[in-house]
Design a protein around this ligand. Structure first.
Ligand SMILES: Cc1cc2nc3c(=O)[nH]c(=O)nc-3n(C[C@H](O)[C@H](O)[C@H](O)COP(=O)(O)O)c2cc1C
Length: 187
């Protein structure tokens, strides 16, 4: 295999990115949404999710003010709304209204959730770690809401029905086919 040493930006060579719609409300009670490509589960016990938010982003200040946020996972059908939330600022645009999204009140946090997204997590801010031009914003997942239509008969997620929206650098993708199950080589 002949491998080439690539030029910057090096972050483009990590993929795929699950596209998240992070929802929040500032101290003044203004709901907002930011599209996030850079995210990951960081711990399963306690359950912690991290999202990378640019230091200059309006949304970052809102999350820091209230100390919580929602992580909503859009389906591939919601690509347009994801793009709108990632190309307009909540400083000037009401993104819930612009996307036709409904505010779903959370059960344990102040931030609103997005009713139309198949999966929504309620997160309490644990820590922000400044890393260059982005901060790694970590939240403990304290509640998860899942659309019954994407649940399988055993109560777990039916991946095909979720149809998650993915990012591969500057492109949107939908998921391909299941090709196996974790740990199958040990069974
Ligand atoms: C597909 C996509 C992925 C994005 N990923 C990130 C990201 O990981 N971190 C970030 O800070 N901004 C990301 N952005 C940019 C923000 O979503 C965008 O700057 C947004 O308008 C900021 O909203 P705000 O001003 O209301 O905070 C992404 C945008 C798109 C379209």
């Amino acid at each position: 295999m002949a491998k080439r040493l690539m030029d910057s930006p090096m972050s483009r060579y990590f993929y795929p990115w699950p596209i998240c719609l992070v929802s929040m409300i500032g101290a003044e009670g203004k709901p907002n949404i930011i599209t996030i490509g850079a995210s990951s589960i960081c711990s399963s016990n306690p359950p912690v999710v991290g999202v990378a938010i640019g230091q200059a982003q309006y949304s970052l200040g809102l999350i820091t003010e209230t100390g919580d946020f929602g992580v909503n996972l859009p389906s591939a059908d919601q690509m347009q709304q994801a793009d709108v939330c990632g190309t307009r600022s909540g400083q000037t645009v009401d993104k819930f209204a612009a996307c036709g999204f409904t505010i779903q009140p959370a059960s344990q946090i102040r931030a609103p959730l997005i009713e139309e997204c198949p999966v929504s997590m309620e997160c309490e801010l644990i820590q922000n770690v400044p890393l260059g031009n982005h901060e790694w914003v970590m939240g403990k997942i304290v509640a998860v809401h899942v659309d019954e239509d994407v649940l399988a008969e055993d109560g777990g997620l039916d991946t095909a029905r979720i149809n998650p929206l993915l990012g591969l650098w500057a492109e949107y993708w939908s998921i391909g086919e299941k090709i196996g199950e974790w740990h199958y080589t040990r069974r």
